[in-house]
Design a protein around this ligand. Structure first.
Ligand SMILES: Nc1nc2c(c(=O)[nH]1)N[C@H]1C(S)=C(S)[C@@H](COP(=O)(O)OP(=O)(O)OC[C@H]3O[C@@H](n4cnc5c(=O)[nH]c(N)nc54)[C@H](O)[C@@H]3O)O[C@H]1N2
Ligand SMILES: Nc1nc2c(c(=O)[nH]1)N[C@H]1C(S)=C(S)[C@@H](COP(=O)(O)OP(=O)(O)OC[C@H]3O[C@@H](n4cnc5c(=O)[nH]c(N)nc54)[C@H](O)[C@@H]3O)O[C@H]1N2
Ligand code: SF4
Ligand SMILES: [Mo]
Length: 842
């Protein structure tokens, strides 16, 4: 069917993909060698996109409650409810909560509907949880939301500071670019993070800052550079921030090492991400970073500048069109003149009067009934918002909840009155903008499944049914042309954002559009920039909750796992949500056991992982797990609703908590074909395996095998000596349908072989009951390289045979040679191996 060039569904790196459609919902994914973001590289998530395009779990028809309805009826209902709500309670009783995973065209139409026609700016986005602080810092310093660098500056930097960014896991292709720069020009890499991440392990210098110590640290750097005579006196604030402070909790020795690196390398890029933005001081952190660059003149030159990395594939596109409650459209604000210009451009009858509610406030307004109609698109707030228990309550109370999604039963969709089936990645068609302001096309690979439709078309239809003019585009190209033309208003108001030359594209030219950068390489050159004085603030300690709770991401999962959770390959990296805790804080906890994390907002249970990568006094949990995937591991019932006062972004990474052990009478694991949510257990979680699911279970009292196992011929063995019960269920043809292994005291067998037997025939009963083949296959150990399926034990064998570098390991067994996402993990194994050798020699 030929090759189709498109853009990755996941992160803000915005990698180009060359997709070859092999058949019905079947596609081969390769990096697009011609795309300037990735030059052919892809990480593990991009590489395995093909595993997530099946129609399993998809929402394929409009649903009113549990009833399948036609589009006409459903769109009428949505339009009627919205119109009635506005008529009865005013425009501000209506809200849209949208997402950086919408295309620019979708975002543009949603924003136009709300701000120009409903007459309220109550449209906010999950970018509030993600980029809002960086946006606010840019606006304060640059007068516009401008990223002043591009990826080329990473290639040309001599020093890269990574602040609150686990780049190797979350922006892996950027990480590979940074590594290439190190290889080529000896670029030094510094990681500033409270946790020793895999990124930190690869750094030349790891700076273990205290949670939210960044403003103190960057202010101290500024003072130190001034003392060394390295700053432009005119660029400095008067007075300087207080000197001799706490340096963000960094030791004097590490601080000096950092200061020496900064002093020595004018070509310095500071990349900042969620460890900076997701904080009650997130905007100040952004400005503290920008201040240092301004004071040292390290901006608007090759290889230098502050670089806020975007998270979602189209976080940047959403910011451009103005899909945040505190922006109007196209980088414009709410002044009389700006509003008048926008109203004229849209021929809008009811332009909004000022900013709307930001996400956390928006859900408060839903909770207390001020907002009565909420339309959620391409985001899963029941999982991803802070204080998620409160958010669920708000959704449950709301008069009308509409959810546009691609998945039928997300935790949010379960609370919806109406569900609208949207086109997913691989079906939708439009544009996204990546971290460096590069606009690329996402193109359809497959025909629309079921009755799914493009988000922009759904919104446009609702608008037309409400009687609004200007929503009758016939394709995405038409929407894009209108948006591009509108950037003339931005230019008129002195902004950098300028796509005017794209306003006249033909449909064919839009179809063929190559990736392009707006704003050029250094858009702030020659423009005014402001130093914004910021001061370090400290959160007060709470004796009931003595630990600091940090949350974030795993390498191979994406957010609420609605897509990556389907991939057996990606599941191998981390099968369960872990509570990572330093040994000194783990008293009473067993490594591999269960523990409850408790905050003032909620509690959830996790699998314990004791690790020195965590600093003392701090714990880490992932944000990914949902009710669909586990009984616990819900990171977001824990953080409270506190936000940054300027940006409104939640402080996801620093909440007070305590931890307590969770005991259970028995532990078990189960493999079966279908997804179940067993009730009444102390713990369950599931992860994808080929042809089904692997469950980890724990409970008290008797084990109810009838609940856990499907119907079929059942065989059982009880192993008294080891306190183990083993059950297997076979179908009439002798194929394995399910298997359950329970222990009250001992060890459970390895999961791997029995997982591979699901749906297979031929294994002997004793083998099934033992969960291992009679002629044991070598144990690979936990999988490290998901592309080649190579485990830790295999890697160790290769290292023992003399492979001394990551490249040697790759040559010997292939590990790390495809997407490269596991290379940091291989490097760590090598280092640990060498340390063991040194210890042995001593
Ligand atoms: N694998 C994967 N990749 C993704 C995503 C995903 O879900 N999975 N999501 C995408 C999205 S939307 C986003 S926003 C990005 C996020 O990408 P990142 O920002 O890299 O990811 P996080 O894991 O949220 O947080 C980064 C780091 O911030 C650190 N941190 C916590 N508190 C502080 C602090 O006070 N100061 C400093 N300096 N650091 C701190 C954490 O310990 C963590 O290691 O990833 C994108 N890429
Ligand atoms: N504790 C904690 N919480 C966090 C974070 C953290 O670091 N810690 N990070 C925050 C950040 S940075 C982010 S970005 C958010 C992400 O949080 P969410 O946005 O809630 O996460 P996703 O799972 O990506 O949700 C996207 C939803 O859109 C659906 N979808 C995908 N494509 C389309 C489409 O084309 N159209 C429609 N209509 N639907 C689609 C998916 O099925 C899925 O249900 O989480 C935030 N929450
Ligand atoms: S780095 Fe990975 S997830 Fe991000 S765009 Fe590239 S391939 Fe996709
Ligand atoms: Mo994000």
């Amino acid at each position: 069917m030929g090759m189709i060039r498109t853009t990755c569904a996941y992160c803000g790196v915005g990698c180009g993909i060359a997709a070859e459609v092999m058949g019905e919902r079947c596609v081969t994914i390769r990096g697009d060698a011609a795309h300037p973001a990735n030059f052919g590289k892809l990480c593990s998530k991009g590489t395995h996109l093909g595993e997530t395009v099946s129609l399993d779990g998809r929402l394929l028809h409009p649903m009113i409650g549990e009833r399948r309805a036609g589009w006409d009826e459903t769109l009428d209902l949505v339009a009627d409810r919205m119109r009635a709500c506005i008529a009865e309670h005013g425009p501000d009783s209506v809200a849209l909560y949208v997402s950086g995973q919408l295309l620019t065209e979708d975002y543009y139409v949603a924003n136009k509907l709300m701000k120009g026609f409903v007459g309220s700016a109550n449209i906010d986005t999950n970018s509030r949880l993600c980029m809002a602080s960086a946006v606010a810092a840019h606006n304060r310093a640059f007068g516009e939301d401008i990223v002043p660098v591009t990826y080329d500056d990473l290639d040309e930097a001599d020093l890269i500071l990574l602040v609150g960014s686990n780049t190797a896991w979350c922006h892996p292709v950027i990480w590979q670019r940074i590594e290439a720069a190190r290889e080529k020009r000896g670029t030094k890499i510094v990681v500033i993070d409270p946790r020793r991440t895999e990124t930190a392990e690869q750094a030349d210098l790891f700076v273990p800052v205290l949670p939210d110590g960044d403003v103190g640290l960057f202010n101290a750097l500024l003072v130190e550079m001034a003392a060394r005579g390295l700053v432009d006196e005119h660029a400095l604030p008067q007075p300087l921030p207080p000197a001799g402070g706490e340096n963000g909790g960094v030791s004097a020795e590490t601080f000096t090492a950092l200061a020496d690196l900064v002093a020595a390398h004018p070509r310095m890029v500071t990349v900042f991400s969620m460890g900076a933005n997701q904080s009650v001081a997130g905007t100040d952190k952004g400005n503290a970073i920008i201040n240092l660059h301004l004071a040292m003149g390290r901006i608007n030159m090759p290889g230098a500048g502050p670089f806020s990395m975007t998270g979602q594939p189209n976080a940047m596109g959403g910011r451009e069109v103005g899909g945040l409650a505190n922006m109007l459209a196209c980088h414009l604000g709410f002044s009389g003149e700006e509003r008048a210009d926008v109203a004229a451009f849209w021929q809008a009858p009811r332009i909004c009067s000022g900013p709307g509610l930001k996400a956390v406030d928006l859900f408060r307004a839903v909770h207390d009934g001020r907002v009565k109609f909420l339309w959620v698109m391409a985001t899963n707030p029941a999982v991803s918002m802070p204080d998620a228990g409160f958010v669920r309550e708000a959704l449950a109370r709301c008069e009308t909840v509409i959810v546009s999604d691609v998945i039928a039963d997300t935790d949010t969709a379960k609370l919806a009155h109406v569900r609208l089936p949207a086109l997913a990645w691989g079906e939708k068609d439009g544009t996204v903008t990546n971290s460096e302001r590069r606009i690329s096309r996402q193109r359809a690979l497959f025909a629309a499944p079921g009755e799914a439709r493009a988000d922009w078309a759904i919104i446009g239809d609702v608008a037309q049914r409400m009687g609004f003019a200007g929503f009758d585009w016939t394709n995405a190209a038409g929407v894009f042309r209108e948006y591009a033309a509108m950037t003339a208003l931005a230019v008129k108001h002195g902004k950098v954002l300028d796509l005017i030359d794209k306003a006249g594209l033909s449909d064919a030219e839009y179809e063929a559009m190559e990736p392009f950068l707006w704003g050029g390489r250094h858009p702030m050159a020659g423009r005014a920039m402001r130093h914004v004085p910021v001061e370090a603030r400290v959160r007060e300690a709470d004796p009931d909750y003595p630990l600091r709770l940090n949350t974030g991401r795993y390498r191979d999962q994406w957010h609420t796992m609605t897509r990556t959770g389907l991939s057996p390959t990606l599941a191998q990296h981390r099968r369960e949500p872990l509570l990572e805790v330093h040994p000194a804080d783990a008293a009473g906890l067993a490594d591999g056991g269960l523990a409850r994390v408790v905050t003032a907002s909620g509690a959830s249970v996790f699998r314990v992982s004791v690790t020195e990568a965590q600093a003392r006094g701090q714990v880490f949990v992932p944000m990914h797990w949902t009710d669909a995937m586990a009984s616990g591991g819900r990171g977001n019932v824990l953080p409270d609703q506190s936000v940054d006062p300027v940006s409104g972004q939640p402080g996801f990474k620093n909440n007070a908590c305590r931890i307590e052990p969770v005991a259970s009478d028995w532990r078990a694991f189960l493999v079966r074909h279908d997804a179940i949510a067993p009730q009444g257990l102390a713990w369950w979680s599931r992860s994808a395996i080929a042809g089904g699911w692997l469950y980890e279970l724990a409970g008290d009292g008797a084990v109810d095998a009838d609940v856990l196992l499907p119907a079929g011929e059942r065989v059982e063995a009880v192993d008294m000596a080891r306190g183990m019960r083993r059950l297997a269920v076979l179908d009439a043809g002798g194929m394995l349908k399910a298997a359950l292994y329970v222990t009250r005291t001992g060890q459970l067998p390895a999961r791997e072989w029995i997982s591979s037997q699901l749906g297979a025939g031929g294994a002997a009963l004793p083998e099934l009951l033992a969960a291992r083949p009679s002629a044991p296959a070598p144990d690979r150990g936990p999988v490290v390289c998901v592309c080649h399926g190579i485990g830790a034990k295999q890697l160790l064998a290769v290292v023992e045979q003399g492979a001394g570098t990551v490249a040697d390991v790759g040559k010997a067994c292939g590990a790390g040679t495809n997407c490269g996402s596991c290379r940091p993990a291989i490097a760590r194994m090598l280092r640990e191996w060498n340390e063991t050798l040194v210890e042995a020699a001593e």
